[in-house]
Design a binder for this molecule. Sequence first.
Ligand code: ADP
Ligand code: MG
Length: 611
Amino acid sequence: MNASDPNIRPVRAQIRQLDDAAANRIAAGEVVERPASAIKELVENAIDAAAKRIEISYGDGGKTMLRVCDDGYGIAADQLELALSRHATSKIDGSDLMNIHTFGFRGEALPSLGAVGRLTITSRAEGSDGAAMISVNGGRQEPVRPAALSKGTVVELRDLFHATPARLKFLRTDRAEAQAIIGVVKRLAMAEPSIGFTLRDVSGGGEGRIVFRVDPQSGDLFDALHGRLAKILGADFAANALQIDAERDGISITGYASLPTYSRGSAVAQYMFVNGRPVKDKLFYGAIRGAYSDFLHRDRHPALALFLECEPALVDVNVHPAKSEVRFRDPGQARGLIVSALRHALAGAGHRASTTVSDATLGAFRTENRPVAPVYQMEQRPSGMALSRAFAAQQPAFEEATTAFSGRVEQALHEPVADQPLGAARAQIHENYIIAQTPDGMIIVDQHAAHERLVYEKLKRQMADNGVASQALLIPEIVELSPERHAQLLGVAADLAGFGLMIEDFGGTAIAMRETPAILGQVNAAAMVRDICDELADLDQTQTIKDRIEAILSRVACHGSIRSGRIMRAEEMNALLREMEATPHSGQCNHGRPTYVELKLSDIERLFGRT
Ligand code: ADP
Ligand code: MG
């Protein structure tokens, strides 16, 4: 028998009203996905209650315990039961859903949390002479009783999802859940500079360990925000950030955005808020990309914190209970304002687009991939061995190997063009572009992009063989990190060792970098560590191990590459060209940009109107 058997019909059951416990459990499915979402609801409640200081604790990634204490206006004893019933809220009266100025308004969080864990609320309403508490466990409520608390509200949630093992199974590791909690708290802390936040991990018992802490900021709006962002995004960010302040047609945008030179390898440091609510919305990402497109490559991302404010009627934050997406009544207007506010700030900083070649001219340049050897052949080429070896080794050795040729530089530049796909180097211009002559045209190579790709391919090959060869640093580099990055990085220390990167805990939130991949030569360890952290934060857990390794290697390779600005000798340039020919995928850099462009003689003739 199966479902399509015509003799089997679903039995028509009576329509019934679900009881509160069932309704709350269903609502909880939407509101509480993981410990971080519970924290978000509770901290938002504290902010709505005008708290000045909020203390948050979690145990075991929030799975066993979550607690939010605030010094806000509290809940009166005779309202505690009501606070726990569905659709009970003090924030709206239901008459004007288009005009919501608080985080909360659904009246769903507390009953939902009570349905999926052991919830206790202790509170003392402003002006009342005592505190009271109420507990609810798996939807079953206990009577309100007196309690001791001098001010505000403490909400504690234990054993989240203990009654729904299926949900429990979907939670990630304690560390991953803790990361999510930290992310939520930081976002809210950015939006509320005047409120102090303390986040503690109390897994070990006792007072616990402070994971994050910011004191209330004083000063005007921008001063307070700048100070708060310096604490959360780092002093570097604050020093490199431009103030954003624009307003048009009832929408305002304020915040700080980084100079293009302070870009990151991923969008991890982009924080957006609409009417104080943290959002992750495509509209913003697109607008930011658009605003920076003249200044940054597609794969580099500015760091920023932007706060859009408008009449609640102009935006629908009701799209999803977790409320991280928004719907603007006029998305074009919001996008336009963001783009112009950012561009205006960037222009004010004296940075300008450097595109001077017309599209028509650029169109004549080809980026098609030359046929290159399908496998890595460098070691098999007897000719040019010294040069190849110089490339394979570190950069100082590279320099040495080439000085021997210095007497022949002039001559090399006039050597006949052999039948090599990438031709013979003729010049280096603007200290980054190699001009090479091919039998039927010319090639311009971006030396940094090209070399980056070669280093990356080499790292990949070493990885596949016996691991990346490393070299000890004379003096270990000490790098200060944020507490969560510190923990995250140490968590993958063993994996990084496989890349030739030896890091150790250096006490506090610092790490010591002791060894780096030999192939990279001298690197800026702090910058490399920051990039690796970005990559780790950005990595998609569903990516294959291989993809993740490659993503990190690619990031590492960038740090070992010939910088633009380095003067290259003819021999070095030719060695680079030959190695590109011998290396798979060398036609594009690690970020998908071409490493060289080609101009055929016929194209040149076309440019001069000769044909
Ligand atoms: P909502 O926030 O959507 O109103 P909740 O279920 O989160 O719904 O909370 C219900 C009500 O309980 C709130 O409207 C508020 O009156 C009260 N409340 C919750 N948390 C706090 C708190 N930390 N301080 C003061 N009142 C609170
Ligand atoms: Mg709420």
